[in-house]
Structure formats: C-alpha cells, structure tokens
Design a protein around this ligand. Sequence first.
Ligand code: 5GP
Length: 376
Amino acid sequence: MDWWVSMPKVELHAHLNGSIRDSTLMELARELGNRGLVHFPDVERVILKHDRALTEVFKMFDLIHILTTDHETVTRITKEVIEDFAAENVVYLELRTTPKKNVSKGMNKKSYMEAVLEGLRAVSTIEVDIFSEPNFDCPASAAIYARNNECASNGTGKKKIYVRLLLSIDRRETTEAAMETVKLALAMRHLGVVGIDLSGNPIIGEWLTFLPALEFAKEQGLLITLHCGEVPNQVEIHAMLDFLPARIGHACCFGEEEWAKLKSLKIPVEICLTSNIRTETISSLDIHHFGEVSDPLWIVLSDLYNSGHPIVLCTDDSGVFSTSVSGEYSLASSSFGIQKREMFQLARNAVNFIFAGNKVKQELEQVFDLAAKTLE
Ligand code: 5GP
C-alpha cells in the first residue's frame, strides 16, 4: 500500500457536501435528470470541470445542494464519505456540515442532522466511534456510549475511525439562523457534535452578524473554527483573531501584521493546499504559507511549517477538488522537501488540535505509537 495511505492521519477540515464521490454525484444528477428536474448534460459538465476559482466553487455547491436535498441522500453521502476517509487510514475525522431546511422535503435543521447521524450509524465495514466521552447525567448519552463500547469490546477486529461533527454556519445566514444552528449543536453534544464552523462565500455576510451566535457557542463550551482570510479583508481577519477561535481555516490573504498576530496567539491553522491552488486564493505552492520555498535560508513571516506554528493538513472538499488526505501529505512532502519521518510527526501533531477530549487524544496517541513501529 502507498506509504501516505498507510500512515494514520487526522482530518480536521472536511465539508460533507464537498467530499461526495464524483460517481455518487453523477448518479444523483442522472436520477434527477431522468425525472426532468435538472438538465443532466449541463450538470455533468459542471461536475467534471475541475479548475474552479473561488466564486465558481460556491456555484458548484449550490448545484450539489440541489442534488442532495433529501434525508436519504444526506444519510448516503455521510456513510460514503466516512468509508472513503477510513479507507485511506484517517483515524480521526471532524466532519463539518451546514444544517439545512428544505420545506418541500419536510427537512429542518434538526432532521438534516439526524440524517447525518443515520449515515454514521449505517457504516458497517468499519467501527465508527461517534462518542466515547459520555455525560452520564444524560440517559441518551449514556445509552449511546454503552452501545459504542459494546461494539468495541465485541472483538470484531474491525478498523476504527473516530468521527466528530462540527455544525457550519453559512455566511448567507442571519443572526437568528446562526443562533438556531448553535442551539442545535448544543442539543446534539451527546451525539458527537463538538463545535461550530463559520464558512460559506467569504465575500458575503458581515462578521458582526455571526458574532452573537459564536460568542454564545463559546460561552457554552463549544469549540469554534473560522474560515479566515480567504479574501483580503484585514478588518475581518483582525476581528476573527481577536475572537480567539480554537482553530482557523485557510489564512491565505494575511499581511505582515496578521501573520504576527496569528503567530503570537498560536492559533492552529487548517491548511488545504489543493483547495487554495484550485480556487486561486494562492497562486502557486512556492509561495504558500505552509512553507515558502523561495529561499530556504530565510524563514519568511508567513512560513508556518518552518517556524513551528501549529498546522494541520486537510482536504477541505475532497470531492470538489479531487484530492485525499494522503494526497495532501504527499503533495506537501514533495513541494516543500519534507521527509516522511517529519510528515509522520506533522500528522501526529494534529492530535493536539482535535476538538474531542483527552480520552480520544490518548487513544489516538496509541494508534500513532503503534504505527511508528510498523512504518519504520
Ligand atoms: P455542507 O456544509 O453543505 O456539507 O458543505 C458545503 C458547504 O461548505 C458550502 O456550501 C460552503 O458553505 C462550505 N464550504 C465548502 N468549501 C468551502 C471553502 O473552501 N470556503 C468556504 N468559505 N466555505 C466552504
């Protein structure tokens, strides 16, 4: 097996609807085409086009959402996405998704999330740990914990993946809608929801619209990750950093002041190399803030890897950008001249930035200890 696939990995920035298999998207498009609900050749052309700038990516998401608007499909894509990450040895996955309403399908944010959870439970080929730190004051939580542990102690010998969920607030949403998502996340904490993400088209919406909901989420103990600096908006970047999120995603359009602030605050960054290049938020890997290679003797301010800033390699949208976590590690290694041993350490360091608690962190440490022996 390819070394990058064999290595255990942690994925912390993956959007559910961006991680759908092309084959599933085509099948769904064909079905809707047959029912006259979409024009299949047009949809096929969009799905198979792989170079999309940032604005086009959001048009692609609108199209994907047309194809995935019923509960059954949400369950199916969740199941497949988990199987795909597990197949490439992702041992811990934080999957994020925007809870959606669709009146014509009888869908509300809660039922959308229930369909996602159904997808987690539908995985049978691997063991999915969705919750291993129960709140014993909550009967539902304790029951799920017991069922999970029973599965673990069955000795099925199945491969295991830990999955935790982040609920995304879309930048098109109002303060009330954002608050509804946070309240849903709080109500689903016993089901593996660990945090909140702010995402969606970065040129839409104002930071102050989402701030009340994000502050409330933080007060209630949810961990927050923000899409930050995908477009040059220095005022928003500073406001986001001042909020002290637990992690940020992308950090592409930072200037000197923003790099200095990020580094002094030591906020971990979710790095999505292929996504940044495909969406043209970074023009080439030589100047990517993962680790600029233009002058190896000179660590530039934006160089995160060489300055030891906390980072984690992620896919963002493995389906939309035709990538994989293994592919991202291999790409970083070849682009920035980093040896396998150091890449293994980078993957292992990601355990420090997960939103699940200490028990899961300790178990993941053991997974990496074991892999360190076998991968030598
Ligand atoms: P979903 O939340 O529907 O499962 O996943 C797709 C959604 O994630 C998109 O509609 C968009 O809101 C968000 N998303 C996916 N990729 C990106 C990205 O690269 N940047 C931003 N800002 N949002 C994204």
